[in-house]
Design a protein around this ligand. Structure first.
Ligand code: NDP
Ligand code: A1CAB
Length: 334
């Protein structure tokens, strides 16, 4: 197989995305856009490396030089192949189906992107635990804890011995798999994700720098504790869908008022982006509300209607429910 033998000597530095579906593809295409931008800046600078985001040095990051994208079905493989850019500046990507273990053997870093119920089919496969030894495994699975991932790995039939200490799968030959959980969101596609990360105790500084760099390429990164993960999964992973519902509701109102849906969508989304930009610049939500609601004006009438219909409680409860649901996902198996 052309893609085996990565990870040593002059071999390419390989990132394998094990389960490259909706979110995996969003990350893949975000990373491709990032690398294309870096490469074209390098060309502009006459071959000099382009600047990295603040806080990163080129020599510290083991950047992937190719990506292997694994899916389960031929239909998904074909769709992914069709979507891949032909740009000469993009990182090479190979789409793989039915050969997970070899794609992981060839990897330096593995990004696990299957659904929680497919964890066992991805990581419990014979030979997988051995293939992951000595490597960094980044899981983007909602609700699946590091100990749960370790348990699945420990069931792999090729291990000689397995011992878990809460953060690391210790393999028969003493080499370990570092597991880091990251929760990006679907805006990875446009490099506007907000990703939360929880680092395991044995993650090396190099592991952390790579994970920080990868997700900084496609948005912002915040480090959190394992205990905060489900709430942040809801707040960062799920809320793009909440915001979509809010915009959709505005569009229904706008259409009822005679506006064209497509034009209203641009106006509403841009307004949401503007309000978000103000808050990211330090504006407090209550101050923003007060600035917009002119005394005796129209905005306060809309705000009061939202409060009468208990939007605040409904949204807070929705986030709490989402968090509770996330916490159960790790126990789901196909
Ligand atoms: N969607 C989102 O916005 C977010 C998702 N997440 C998390 O990301 C993960 C993925 O979600 P999402 O992308 O929506 O799900 P998808 O179903 O779209 O993607 C999962 C991918 O995994 C592949 N897969 C499943 N089993 C195997 C296997 N045995 N071997 C190889 N590939 C396999 C599937 O292949 P195939 O298509 O061929 O079946 C599919 O491409 C979930 O764990 C979810 O919790 C987190 C935050 C946000
Ligand atoms: O709905 C889900 O389960 C995933 C987790 C966060 C967003 N999507």
């Amino acid at each position: 197989m052309a893609y085996v033998n990565g990870g040593a000597g002059n071999s390419p530095n390989t990132l394998t995305i094990l389960g490259c579906g909706t979110l995996g593809s969003a990350i893949l295409f975000g990373l491709l856009a990032c690398s294309a931008e870096e490469r074209s800046k390098k060309v502009e600078k006459g071959g000099q490396e382009a600047d990295l985001p603040n806080g990163f040095e080129h020599e510290e990051i083991q950047k992937p030089s190719r990506i292997l994208a694994c899916v389960r079905t031929e239909q998904s493989a074909e769709r992914l192949r069709r979507q891949l850019p032909a740009s000469e500046h993009a990182l090479p990507v190979k789409v793989i189906r039915g050969d997970n273990v070899r794609a992981v053997q060839a990897a330096d870093t593995v990004l696990l992107g299957c659904q929680p119920q497919d964890l066992d089919s991805c990581l419990g496969a014979p030979g997988m635990e051995r293939a992951l030894r000595g490597k960094l495994l980044i899981s983007i699975l909602a609700g699946v804890t590091i100990p749960q991932i370790e348990q699945v790995l420990a069931r792999g039939e090729t291990r000689a011995t397995a011992k878990t200490n809460g953060h690391v799968a210790t393999s028969g030959d003493g080499r370990t798999t570092s597991i880091i959980r990251a929760m990006p969101n679907t805006a990875s596609f446009v490099r506007a994700s907000t990703t939360v990360i929880t680092a395991c105790s044995i993650a090396t500084p190099a592991n952390l720098r790579l994970v920080d760099w990868l997700f900084t390429c496609i948005g912002t990164v915040t480090h959190i504790t394992a205990a905060q993960f489900d709430a942040c999964t809801a707040l960062c992973g799920s809320t793009p869908a909440f915001f979509a519902l809010f915009i959709e509701s505005l569009l229904d109102g706008a259409v009822a008022l005679g506006l064209k849906r497509s034009e209203a969508q641009v106006m509403a989304a841009q307004t949401m982006k503007g309000a978000a930009t103000l808050m990211l610049a330090g504006e407090q939500p209550d101050a923003l509300k007060e600035k917009v609601a002119t005394p005796g004006g129209s905005t306060i009438q809309g705000l009061l209607e939202l409060e009468r219909k208990a939007l605040r409680g409904v949204v807070a409860d929705a986030l709490i429910r989402c968090t509770a649901a996330a916490s159960t996902l790790g126990s789901k198996q196909a």
